[in-house]
Design a protein around this ligand. Structure first.
Ligand SMILES: Nc1ncnc2c1ncn2[C@@H]1O[C@H](COP(=O)(O)OP(=O)(O)OP(=O)(O)O)[C@@H](O)[C@H]1O
Ligand SMILES: O=P(O)(O)O[C@H]1[C@H](OP(=O)(O)O)[C@@H](OP(=O)(O)O)[C@@H](O)[C@@H](O)[C@@H]1OP(=O)(O)O
Ligand SMILES: [Mg+2]
Ligand SMILES: [Mg+2]
Length: 388
């Protein structure tokens, strides 16, 4: 058994619904088979009584959201955060500051806009944020921003049951029926097919799902349609809103290259290991639009999820161990640089570690660039260590 696996403890914190939907017991079994100890975290008890942990997997979106207005939840999140900061070697999937932006569509859609600015392989349909009042007051602003009817209205909060309540608005009158805080976005015709991209570290999986049908572009007299998104793009969804009015050819999925670039851009921007992005292909142009980003989604239709998750965890554990070893070597070396005479028993402290001679010659860095610099410790040294 490799040293980075030995005695390692994986904690997890998921609500009953999530555990059941994922069939998380299967993941526990896989981990135990590889020699890990798996612990279900009880938030009602102090973490230090349940630890130590090398890895913690969670979906604490409810609690993170509640911590904004509920003091008990705030305390729980603060204690959790303090614990993982105190034991900084814990790998948290995923860190709270990285999860938070995905709980707020205002923040996550700004990220999608940035992604579009960086790489035009993907676009983010134009939208406006509604901070107060109804959509009616924002009608002029909506036109100025180049939005086109129909519009889709989504709540600002992106997680939880009420976050999936949406509306399709076909005219200015309909704008009066939706109120802040919400976001209005141009509806993009895409032949009722959505591509869910599920990301696990450096791996991703594309799953085809049903989606909203096409609507004629431009303002029309139609009444607004209120719907719950949970009935639209699940594998089993079967809604009149996903039934196309006329037969069309199956849309071509986004190319591997486009998906890879979108995932790469989002991973860099989000700093998350577990997330999903929803892509649709615009009927008129064939361009690919990103319309939603989700923290720790369901991974339904990805049979490789558990193995990908464990592989990702193992990659992180291994690189953490390498970084820790590198830090020790650097510390030993810099100690020797500062006081080489302390070592009287040996001709050279380099003999203390068989790797030290090559390490020492590689560490001849100018005084202005200390060997402890984080780039050196986390990038150069691990690479050198893995070669020796
Ligand atoms: N701009 C858009 N143009 C066309 N269809 C859209 C657009 N935005 C969303 N949709 C449709 O509405 C559905 C719900 O939208 P969205 O994915 O933003 O909601 P959600 O509740 O965050 O979904 P999830 O359950 O994936 O978190 C999508 O699955 C897609 O069918
Ligand atoms: O449970 P499900 O399989 O429906 O997963 C959904 C998940 O619900 P969860 O709360 O149970 O994780 C949702 O999270 P919240 O909006 O609640 O944050 C969101 O991420 C959806 O995108 C997921 O659906 P998917 O995109 O995978 O189809
Ligand atoms: Mg979605
Ligand atoms: Mg979503």
């Amino acid at each position: 058994m490799p040293s980075w696996r030995k005695g390692k403890r994986i904690g997890y914190c998921l609500n009953d619904k999530k555990k059941k939907k994922l069939n998380f017991q299967g993941f526990e079994d896989l981990c135990r088979k590889r020699g890990y100890e798996v612990i279900e975290i009880d938030l009602a008890k102090p973490l230090r009584e349940q630890g130590p942990f090398d890895v913690i997997i969670h979906k604490l979106s409810d609690l993170i959201l509640e911590s904004g207005y509920d003091s008990q939840s705030h305390q729980l999140i603060r204690d959790f955060q303090t614990y993982v900061e105190t034991y900084s070697s814990i790998i948290l999937l995923d860190p709270f500051p990285a999860v938070r932006p995905l709980l707020d569509r205002f923040e996550s859609y700004r990220l999608l806009q940035d992604l579009q600015d960086q790489d035009s392989c993907i676009f983010s349909p134009p939208y406006v944020e509604l901070n107060s009042g109804t959509g009616r007051e924002a009608a002029a602003w909506i036109r100025e921003q180049g939005l086109t009817f129909p519009l889709i209205c989504k709540t600002r909060v992106a997680h939880g049951p009420s976050s999936h309540e949406m509306a399709l608005i076909f005219n200015e009158e309909g704008l009066g029926e939706v109120s802040a805080p919400c976001l209005l976005q141009s509806f993009i015709n895409h032949d009722a097919v959505l591509f869910k991209v599920f990301v696990v570290g450096s791996s991703h999986f594309v799953v085809r799902r049903p989606s909203l049908k096409n609507f004629p572009r431009g303002e029309s007299a139609r009444k607004s349609i209120f719907f719950n998104s949970c009935s639209i793009s699940k594998p089993e969804s079967c809604s009149r809103l996903t039934e196309l009015d006329e037969a069309t050819l199956e849309p071509t999925p986004p190319s591997d290259n486009v998906v890879r670039r979108a995932v790469r851009g989002l991973r860099a921007a989000l700093g998350l290991s577990l997330f999903g992005v929803d892509l649709i292909v615009e009927k008129q142009t064939g361009r690919c639009a990103a319309i939603d980003v989700n923290a720790f989604p369901g991974y339904e239709g990805v049979p490789e999820f558990f193995s990908a998750l464990l592989n990702h965890i193992e990659t992180l554990l291994e690189s953490h161990e390498q970084a820790a070893r590198a830090r020790v070597l650097v510390a030993e070396y810099s100690l020797h640089q500062r006081a080489p005479h302390v070592d009287t028993a040996q001709e050279s402290t380099h003999d203390a570690d068989p790797r030290a001679p090559w390490l020492a010659s590689s560490l001849e860095t100018p005084k202005s660039a200390p060997a402890e610099s984080s780039f050196f410790t986390f990038a150069v040294l691990p690479a050198m260590l893995s070669r020796h």
